[in-house]
Write a protein that binds this ligand. Structure first.
Ligand code: GAP
Length: 516
């Protein structure tokens, strides 16, 4: 685990050193849980968004996109339930004056019991070697059973307290399990209070009477309130979907883990409107499609898993997360939710406008049901960074850090390197760049040894480098070097576009998802 934390720290500093992610307002000592994307980060982020957008809107004739405003009428957030229920239960330690999410403190306690079980399993696996049967061990080992019993008991009590919104019992759990403040080490806790996560501001001058408005905490509501606009203007027939990419804002209290939990972040959400009664079938379909989308990137199928929700939000009748194995464990990257007709019905009620669909096949009107797929761009970014970051020892004892990014997402696809800065080699390299720059992102680099230049490109995940040497001036060939294998081969300049385009185009990724 410590080793993994170490890897995570290295990824964070790599992101900064190579222009992927910077802390916001750094020269003013930063702003908590807010980050800026640098010159390479923005390219990777744009590519992630394009991969998602194209997979939704190009591959599905019945999914169209919108781009709604961040500011919306404040009643929207009343109707969606965010004003009353988008809360985190907070608790303060009176000695350290640090504030925590009560639910996170309890989840960490559950994780401690899980760690104890895992350690027992690790020890036994070493002792018994190939003969080790983990299932049997879990069912019979007294220490494992004791800890599993503690987990089950705590889990049940915790779920009940959350469901009942019982803040007194949440605090009591923290006391009963002797959970201490990680900073002061004491159990001197305040009461638990609910804290709303929405940022509010004012619209209009105070003289006119300003209106309190919120920065949207999810993009989904912009889709719901435009359901009729899109359905009518696009003559959409159910089932159909509306996709959107945009910023969302949450005043997160426990804002740790780099870009995993931010106060300003970006979401890619798609609401798929279906006939009532058909939603669970569509839920299963979208679950499968979305996992395929992730796996097509080739970071390793074993790095993904579903986490089905046992405890459902009051408006949902099924929900699952797609989790990715981050350096700090399996974590949610995307949520797929069957949201029933909750949102549209609620907007009908609050707006007083009929929000229904006339189904010509059934000859009846109804409020459609909704399947939502919701993924954070920044979490996706982090999962790709974590899945691609690799430290390798090379022959001869040298080492390199390489980002094995999926080529279609890499910020730079091709680096063009003249062997020396003279004798017409830079001009030849520029000529190659000028031809290829319309196809994909190319970078020119003539500084330092070729070896150093390769390392720089490895560090930002450039899948191809070509070196222009003296022979290139006569034979019009270059040496292409492949990032992952470091193999090199001589290829004609005229063939470069084909070799590279095929590997870096998103078309092949999309085709993989389309395969049934
Ligand atoms: N409309 C549904 C919705 O917003 P959510 O589970 O709260 O659901 C969806 O958020 C996704 O947005 C998450 O799976 C995660 O990837 C991303 N996300 C949520 N809060 C985030 C935060 N504070 N920082 C970064 N990403 C976040």
């Amino acid at each position: 685990m410590a080793q993994q934390e170490d890897v995570f720290k290295k990824i964070i500093s790599h992101c900064k050193e190579y222009g992927f992610v910077f802390p916001s307002s750094e020269i003013y000592d930063g702003l908590g849980a807010v980050y800026d994307y640098g010159q390479n980060g923005v390219e990777l982020k744009n590519n992630i968004k394009k991969y998602w957008w194209d997979s939704m809107t190009l591959m599905n004739e019945n999914v169209v996109g919108i781009d709604s405003a961040v500011f919306m009428h404040p009643t929207i957030w009343k109707a969606s339930g965010h004003v009353d229920a988008f809360n985190d239960p907070l608790i303060d330690n009176k000695d350290s004056k640090k504030r925590y999410r009560a639910d996170v403190l309890i989840e960490e306690q559950i994780a401690k019991f899980e760690d104890k079980i895992n350690k027992e399993i690790e020890k036994a696996a070493k002792r018994f070697g190939d003969a080790f049967d983990e299932k049997q061990f879990r069912e019979t080992n007294p220490r494992v059973l004791e800890n599993q019993g503690k987990i089950d008991e705590l889990h049940a009590r915790f779920a009940k307290a959350l469901n009942d919104n019982d803040l007194v019992d949440l605090r009591q759990i923290i006391l009963d399990y002797e959970i201490v403040c990680p900073v002061s080490g004491t159990r001197n806790w305040t009461e638990v209070r609910q804290f709303n996560l929405m940022f509010a501001t004012e619209m209009g001058s105070t003289a006119d009477g300003a209106m309190k408005v919120y920065l949207r905490p999810e993009t989904a509501q912009g889709i719901f309130v435009n359901f009729l606009n899109v359905q009518k203007s696009g003559r959409m027939k159910i089932p159909f979907g509306i996709a959107q990419i945009g910023k969302a804002f949450r005043n997160e209290i426990v804002a740790r883990q780099f870009i995993f939990r931010m106060r300003e972040f970006e979401q890619m959400e798609m609401q798929f409107f279906v006939r009532p009664g058909e939603e669970l079938e569509w839920f299963a379909k979208w679950k499968e499609i979305r996992l395929k989308w992730h796996k097509s990137l080739g970071l390793g199928d074993e790095k993904y898993r579903y986490h089905d929700h046992e405890k459902l939000a009051h408006y949902a009748n099924a929900a699952t997360d797609i989790e990715f194995e981050m350096p700090f464990g399996f974590k949610e990257v995307e949520g797929i939710h069957s949201r029933t007709d909750f949102d549209l019905s609620s907007h009908e009620q609050y707006s007083g406008k009929k929000i229904q669909y006339f189904d010509p096949e059934l000859n009846q009107s109804y409020v459609p049901y909704v399947i939502e797929t919701s993924i954070g761009v920044d979490r996706m970014f982090l999962s790709i960074m974590a899945g691609s970051y690799s430290e390798e020892t090379l022959e001869g004892g040298d080492s390199r850090v390489v980002l094995k990014l999926p080529p279609a997402l890499a910020p730079v696809k091709l680096a063009v390197l003249p062997l020396v800065k003279k004798d017409g080699l830079p001009e030849k390299a520029r000529e190659i760049m000028d031809n290829l720059k319309f196809n994909f992102n190319c970078r020119y680099d003539e500084k330092d040894t070729v070896g150093k230049r390769y390392r720089r490109q490895d560090a930002i995940g450039t899948p191809y480098c070509v070196t222009v040497d003296y022979d290139s001036l006569n034979d019009h060939c270059v040496t292409i070097r492949y990032r992952d294998t470091m193999e090199q081969e001589r290829v004609p300049v005229a063939g470069l576009e084909n070799i590279i385009s095929d590997k870096v185009s998103m078309k092949n990724l999309l085709k993989q998802i389309a395969k049934s």
